[in-house]
Design a protein around this ligand. Structure first.
Ligand code: ADP
Ligand code: MG
Length: 618
């Protein structure tokens, strides 16, 4: 075939392959144009998942009659004129590709009118061939209609999924767009159904690139999200980060509630997503995903939005710094998740359970989230364990009165115990008892506190271990005789490969023979018990890590496993001072509201909730 220049329509169709992947891409391009035109109201209508029709109507600046045909020309844009302007572009669009691309693969109509024009002008295009513009009835602003998407590109059409799937994509995209600008009203209709209706706050300020405010987030993600999220607000030089991050105990089985905005543009940037993932690495385990809505505002010259045709990925001039800044902000916010009286407890209360019984409470109900968290594989519990256990750093006896009362009750259960002690103003109160070998019951000023003792102890140990590990001072204990552990050759290799970490964590290990590991020193908290079991559990987790290619934070997970495997197990009997000591340690421990798998460590039943249970008015 001789060499030749491609006809324009074909070039547009090829370009469409890059930016118009599915009906939702059409919605994205059209709505971004409306936002760039300064619209305050954007209405989106779709039919047939957007394949039959996408119509976007706005009240923006509109186009003067002579500009309308230009809008459809390739590489025609009103948004930048030079490379300098590209470097600090503040609009969502600038490539001048979207409209000609869409028009090349659909039946297209655009009508527009500026505020001072007497009437509107419309232009129609069929498969890339424009008709001459002509006057039409139109209120100030612009409407674009895209029908029969991909009707002339069968290869593309094959990739379009069911109406429900494509509608879902459009709905989620519209949520993202609505989360990006609080000062703009968004409405999405599919046929007769209103899928989203987010009204602008009357006094919402125009986007500054910072976050949109709680009202908009509430209208898109619901009160449930906000109630279980932490506020973030951080500034470092020219960069501001704002938004909300979900509590670890509100984590999800899918990464379906993760939103990043850079200067008001929704992005799915790997660098930023990874920063958040690392920020959570201490409080979430494999397979759980945090929910978050985060807004980064940065001088446009520091970020290149032209890295990708759909502009979903961005490129930062100082990528490493931005990454660490975001990671630290998340880490810091999460470090504050420890028991306190004025913050909602991490575990759902019965009031939430009742809310979940109402149809329509939906998958976002906190109770549903909490039970999803509990659906994780169970922890290793040693049911044989019994007898008392020494907690690290237990302070002196607490509330001897209780001990006496409990001892009396222990003898034959004859005397009922009345706990009308002076209310305790510490967030987790005073321990009263251990029930079913798993939970601690405590009384606080607000009401009744329940603590999952394994989860709580695990977090306390983990935080302790981490700081000891960092200071290379994990207390360890020399064994009089080495413990021999039989391992498979590849397990043995794995241990030896990570020997430095094992040693820093308080183990002294060496191989004696191809399948025999000798352990001569162990962390003091293991205390010689069940070393083989703990070791094997840690090995299994190391292997999991290797398989998942999670290389970062490997040492932390190693310590996390150690903490989990050595934390008090079910059916170990604790004394009241031991329980109290655990509560005090929780109050003093960062991130103590969840174990390092993200499960809640405690729950509270307030007096009001207790009264409600018994229909008791006060
Ligand atoms: P880009 O957005 O990259 O400039 P597009 O092909 O999406 O390219 O749009 C081309 C031009 O058409 C825009 O630069 C803008 O001037 C004009 N335009 C498109 N949509 C609208 C709209 N809704 N309101 C006003 N002008 C619009
Ligand atoms: Mg555009």
């Amino acid at each position: 075939m001789p060499i030749r220049v491609l006809p324009d329509v074909l070039i547009d169709q090829i370009a469409a392959g890059e930016v118009i992947e599915r009906p939702a891409s059409v919605v994205k391009e059209l709505v971004e144009n409306s936002l760039d035109a300064g619209a305050r109201r954007i209405e989106i209508e779709i039919e047939g998942g957007g394949v039959g029709l996408v119509r976007v109507r706005d009240d923006g600046a509109g186009l003067p009659a002579q500009d309308l045909p230009l809008a459809l020309a390739r590489h025609a844009t009103s948004k930048i004129a030079s490379l300098d302007e590209l470097e600090c572009v503040a609009t969502l669009g600038f490539r001048g590709e979207a409209l000609p691309s869409i028009a090349a693969v659909s039946r297209f109509r655009m009508a527009s009118r500026t505020a001072d024009a007497a009437h509107g002008i419309e232009i129609t295009v069929e498969a890339g061939a424009p008709r001459p513009p002509r006057p039409c009835a139109q209120s100030p602003g612009t409407v674009v209609e895209v029908r029969d998407l991909f009707f002339n590109v069968p290869a593309r059409r094959k990739f379009v999924r069911s109406v429900a799937t494509e509608t879902g994509h459009i709905a989620r995209l519209t949520e993202r767009l609505a989360l990006s600008r609080a000062e703009v009203s968004f409405r999405l209709r599919s046929g007769e159904r209103v899928l989203l209706d987010a009204r602008a706050e009357p006094d919402a300020a125009p986007a500054s690139g910072a976050d949109v405010g709680a009202a908009r987030v509430r209208s898109i993600l619901g009160e449930e999200f906000l109630a279980r999220a932490l506020r973030i607000e951080h500034t470092a030089g020219p960069v501001t980060l704002g938004g909300w991050i979900g509590l670890p105990t509100a984590s999800r089985a899918q990464p379906d509630e993760q939103y990043w905005f850079v200067n008001g543009r929704s992005v799915r940037d790997r660098l930023l997503m990874n920063a958040v993932r690392l920020g959570y690495r201490d409080v979430l385990y494999h397979g759980r995903y945090p929910a978050y809505v985060l807004y980064l505002s940065i001088d446009p010259r520091w970020v290149d939005v032209n890295a990708h045709p759909t502009k979903l990925e961005v490129r930062f001039r100082d990528a490493r710094q931005i990454h660490d800044f975001a990671m630290r902000a998340v880490e810091q916010a999460l470090a504050a998740t420890r028991p306190s009286a004025d913050v909602a407890p991490p575990a759902a209360s019965p009031a939430d359970a009742r809310a979940a019984e109402h149809p329509g409470a939906g998958s976002r109900s906190p109770w549903a989230l909490a039970s999803a968290v509990r659906d994780q594989p169970p922890l290793f519990f040693d049911r044989r364990g019994s007898g008392s256990l020494e907690l690290e750093g237990v302070p002196g006896p607490v509330a001897g009165v209780w001990r006496g009362a409990l001892a009396a009750g222990d003898s034959d259960g004859a005397a009922a115990r009345v706990f009308d002690a002076p209310p305790d103003d510490r967030p987790l109160g005073t321990a009263l008892a251990q029930v079913h070998g798993i939970y601690i019951v405590a009384q606080s000023r607000e009401g009744l506190i329940l603590i999952d003792m394994h989860a709580a102890h695990e977090r306390v140990l983990y935080e302790q271990l981490k700081s000891q590990y960092e200071a290379a001072s994990v207390p360890s204990q020399q064994l009089l005789e080495p413990i021999l552990v039989r391992l498979k050759p590849h397990e043995l290799d794995a241990v030896l490969e990570h020997r430095a970490e094992w040693e820093r964590a308080g183990f002294e290990v060496s191989s004696i023979g191809p399948e025999q590991l000798a352990v001569r020193r162990v962390p003091a908290l293991i205390g010689g018990r069940e070393v083989g079991t703990v070791l094997r559990a840690m090995l299994a987790d190391l292997e999991l890590d290797a398989a998942a290619h999670h290389l970062d934070g490997a040492a932390d997970r190693f310590l996390g496993t150690l903490a989990c495997r050595t934390a008090i197990h079910a059916h170990r009997r604790l004394t009241l001072p031991e329980m109290d000591a655990l509560l005090r340690q929780m109050e003093a421990t960062e991130r103590a509201n969840q174990c390092n798998h993200g499960r809640p460590t405690w729950a509270r039943l307030t007096l009001a909730e207790l009264d409600q249970l018994f229909l008791r008015g006060r």
